[in-house]
Write a protein that binds this ligand. Sequence first.
Ligand code: F6P
Length: 322
Amino acid sequence: MVKEKRRIAIITSGGDASGMNAVIRAVTRYGIYRGFEVYGFYEGFKGLINNKFEVLDSNSVGGIIDRGGTFLYSARSEEFKCKTGQKKAIENLKNNKIEGLIVVGGNGSFRGAHDLHEQGIQVIGIPATIDNDVAGTDYSIGFDTALNVIIDLVSKIRDTASSHDRTFVVEVMGRNSGIIAVNTGIACGADYILIPEIEVDLAKIAAQIKKHRAGKRHTLIIVAEGAASAAEVASSIKLLSGHEVRVSVLGHIQRGGSPSALDRVLAAKFSKKAVDLLIEGESDCMVGIKSMRIIKNKFMDVLEAKKDIDRELYKLAHTLSI
Ligand code: F6P
């Protein structure tokens, strides 16, 4: 009699992040190497509820390492937030004889993953969100790629800003976190960074812009979506400084594109660790990277901590912009 292979499953959940495909590929191939059959459920928790999956093999994950988005699709499932939705998902996992689940996503997804663990499912998380707002890891998959997309776009804005001697207010994503904005600010040489974590006085900024104009051909203000809207900031700066201001809201373009080298390498390391943890019988935890080492954290520790911006980096960005 042929012995049935043990089964694990993977979902990608929440906002998509470039590098999720590289994770699906690495989990599938490393999982197969370790003797598992790997099930990919579509559209995150929604696919678990609706029992929509495909069995992944080495070929089905070929040619996706360099593709943005997620070929298993993603969703934010309202149904999964209630117990009846979770019950359906658990029944489907059990009926398919799936022993362990890997959830690829951000804080919201790990709340759901923790709920599954509480109801007897072995589950490991891999952090993936452009916001990089997941505690317990220096990087989440997709953050580095998003930054690279953003710096390319902001360079283009700089070209036109200095041609016309203009101030530009560029709005970046990040939900309630200023982490994308701070890193964009330092990487793009922004003059000012507005983030939800630190209050600033726009009148002071406007006065500085007026003073600095003599030697400068452009002013760049990066605003995190969680701090204010770029349009509001622009109209205040215009009113207070009398200077010509333009607005650019980068939007979902930040979530697309081929993953960076860093995100691809992280995808491989996180995926291996996640499968190894399942084999070791671990559950209720997320893999992460701290000071270049791959580690694990309990979901609750991750969810209870608020990841702060790098305050030194924020200060340095402003020091360097003078
Ligand atoms: O969490 C990633 C993110 O892109 C946030 O930066 C942003 O606030 C949110 O998702 C946008 O969500 P949606 O794609 O549902 O509009």
